[in-house]
Design a protein. Structure first.
Length: 364
């Protein structure tokens, strides 16, 4: 069963605390490497990253040396360890082995001793060094040119199949990508990544390719008011494919019609929401969450505006907003919204009773 990154980050540290090796399996571009670096940062560890797919036996085991080495007068072979192994043995690091299932059989077999005994050729890892690997195999393995990992090999790892949620990416990307791009993914979640079968030689979006596009676009000004929309489209197509590029260009061209948090909370302008569907409202709730709108006390006018927005929501989205408000751990906002009087003379509490009783217009 696949888990999202929030669950992985909750469970994996317990495995790593026991100094057991962790293997992350998942589709390309979902953020496996990024989450490994998050773990290292949280523990204050430097990362030694090695692409197992590019390693030879010498890169893993080191090279033999017979110079000035003898036992009982007989010359013998010792091994000069590779630099990364020496570092991982002399100080605490997070050893990140990427693309293990693309490595040669000799390298993968050489990893058995590392994952079993935390040593290679007599070189013992530092007691606080951690081992994490990543592969594209598992249930998605048929889509990739990777080698099968047999039961004996898998048994040496603690295996996590990851299928990160859109919320994982939105949480991570908030503040790291342009706000307009963040809004686009929030409103067009199907374009975040391609999860079906792949056509040969066709460019598809992934979490990684959106981040790379965002970093490149940030240097061009294409998201600005006077931004070059043709350049934006051509850049997007190169990174995330034609369909996602078209959708992004259309979204940006209509961005002035997008509803902001300020529209709802500060000005109470709901005119742009009149033709919204359930997905649009759900995206707006995610904006509230990302901006942490409800952690502090809302002003009286903001409570009033939020109340008017609340009663125009489909029932399930209204309850999602109510849950988000409660999860913000600010009881003042919950109480104030519950008591808020609406323009038609009712209170939000009356509307809540209608929702819970299944008597709202959208449920009839």
């Amino acid at each position: 069963m696949a888990i999202d990154f929030a669950t992985f980050l909750n469970v994996a540290p317990h495995i790593l605390n026991s100094k057991l090796p962790v293997l992350i399996r998942g589709r390309h571009g979902v953020g496996k490497s990024e989450v490994v670096y998050q773990i290292a940062e949280s523990r204050g560890l430097p990362v030694i990253e090695r692409r197992a797919s590019q390693m030879t036996e010498g890169d893993l085991l080191g090279l033999p040396d017979t110079a000035d080495t003898a036992i009982n007068g007989r010359k013998c072979t010792t091994w000069n360890a590779p630099d990364w192994l020496v570092t991982a043995c002399e100080q605490p690091v997070l050893l990140f082995l990427d693309e293990v299932d693309r490595a040669t059989a000799e390298v993968r077999q050489g990893l058995f001793e590392l994952t079993d005994s935390r040593k290679i050729n007599g070189w013992n890892l530092h007691a606080d060094t951690l081992i994490v690997a990543a592969v594209n195999g598992g249930e998605h393995g048929a889509q990739y040119q990777v080698g099968e990992m047999d039961p004996a090999e898998l048994d040496r790892w603690t295996v996590f199949d990851v299928e990160p949620s859109t919320e994982d990416w939105l949480t991570w990307a908030n503040g790291k990508v342009n706000s307009m791009l963040w809004d686009f993914i929030n409103h067009n979640r199907g374009h975040l990544e391609h999860t079906d079968d792949y056509e040969p030689n066709k460019v598809y979006p992934s979490r990684r390719s959106w981040k790379r596009f965002g970093d490149t676009a940030a240097q061009t000004g294409v998201f600005g008011v006077e931004g070059d929309r043709d350049l934006l489209f051509n850049l997007a197509t190169a990174f995330v494919g034609f369909e996602a590029g078209v959708a992004l260009r259309d979204f940006v061209e209509k961005y002035d019609w997008q509803v902001t948090i300020e529209d709802i909370l500060d000005t109470g302008d709901l005119s742009k929401c009149e033709k919204w569907g359930i997905n649009d409202h759900a995206a707006m709730i995610e904006k509230f969450v990302a901006a942490e709108c409800f952690t502090g006390d809302l002003a009286d006018n903001q409570i009033g505006n939020l109340a008017e927005y609340f009663v125009c929501l489909p029932s399930e989205i209204a309850m999602k907003l109510w849950t988000v408000l409660g999860d913000a751990d600010n009881i003042n906002n919950v109480v104030a919204l519950h008591k808020a009087e609406l323009s038609d003379g009712r209170r939000v509490s009356d509307h809540l009773v209608e929702i819970l009783g299944g008597n709202t217009p959208d449920d009839s």
